[in-house]
Structure formats: C-alpha cells, structure tokens
Design a binder for this molecule. Sequence first.
Ligand code: G3P
Length: 224
Amino acid sequence: MDIYIDTANLDDIKEAASYGILDGVTTNPSLVAKEGVDFHDRLSEICEVVDGPVSAEVVSIEHDGMIAEAMELTKIAKNIVIKLPCITEGLKACKTLSDEGIKTNMTLCFQPLQALMVAKAGAFLVSPFLGRIDDIGGDGMELIQQIRQVYDNYGYQTKILSASIRHPLHMVQAAMIGSDVATVPLKVIQQFMKHPLTASGLEAFLADWDRAQAILKSNQPAMA
Ligand code: G3P
C-alpha cells in the first residue's frame, strides 16, 4: 500500500520522508492557502524532497481553464499529478490530459459512479474523501469498498487513493479493503507505530536490562 502525506507544509513532508515510507504528497487549495506561500514555488520545493507523485490541484472549473493550469503545473517537475474535481468539466479534462500521457488525481469523489466515470476517462488516481462522509453521518469506508469492487469487476487500473483519513482505524480498514494508496496528515501517520503495550513493554525490557547490569557490576571484584 502506498502512503502519501496530505499537506503543503514542507517541514511535515520532510519529517514523513525521514521515516523512509513516504510514496507521495497530496495538496489541495485549502492546504496551500494555510501555508501562505506561492503555490508553484512550494510545489517545486516539495518535488525536491519527494520523487513520487505530488498532486497539484487546479482552481478553474471549466475544461479549457483546467488544461491551461495543468500545462503550467506540469512544467514544475516530472512527478506532478494534476488534481481535478469530480465534475463533468473535470471528467473532460481528465480524458484530455490522460490522452496526452499526463497523470490525474480525481478529487472530491463521494459516490462510486464518479469513480467509474473517471476510471473510464483514464484517471491515474481517484480520491474518495471518506472522513467527510463519516462527518455527515455516512459510511465512508463503504464507498472505498464499492469502488474497489467496481474496479476489480472491470479491471480498471485507476488507483484508489483513500483521502480525508482522520485516524488509524480508517487506515487499517482502507488497507484491508485493498485501497491502493492512502493520503494521511502527519499527526495521523505518527500514530501508526504507536501502541501502549509497545511502550510499556519496551520500558520493562530496558528497566530489566539496567537492573541486570547493575547486579553484574556489583558482583565483580573491586580492582586493586
Ligand atoms: O486532500 C484531500 C483530503 O484528504 C482532505 O481531507 O481532512 O480536509 O477532509 P479533509
């Protein structure tokens, strides 16, 4: 399973990259706005740190504007993936870019037919936002399952990128369903290696070790 970080914060990206498990980055207009930096400059900085796919979202809502933005964004680095919304104009832009060999990430996916349509248009990634569905009382994980089944039924190669991951259980369930990728904020990634029994077990091992060393030392004859 590939793990991307969901942020435009360079320090967070460098931190996650230092763990040796980072496969890519997703950004969106809200995440970039939070950083208060130039979008293209930040993308170029991110692409210096990460070799894998780096998603950059367009803000136009019609085909030609999306394509014009995409062409500028793809000049930044070879690993830029163009993020487009799951609307009809985005679908058309997905088809145009895919036919040109440009990778797309179809975002704001909230139902399986959006995922089916973008797969037919040649999307590289589809981003179902499972946390936002849970937020309104739905079952985000059911959407991941539905998309997995539709893609497996027809052999679509579009990768399912589980997005809007809020906690480790989302990640466990997405991995069990067979989501190809998950994009996760740093504070959630940092929980993946944590368990209270690991912490208490390690503490006990180290205390036992120190005690044994102290006994061994106290049993040694004093040097003349
Ligand atoms: O980047 C897309 C997605 O992961 C957004 O997550 O937490 O704003 O619902 P969130």
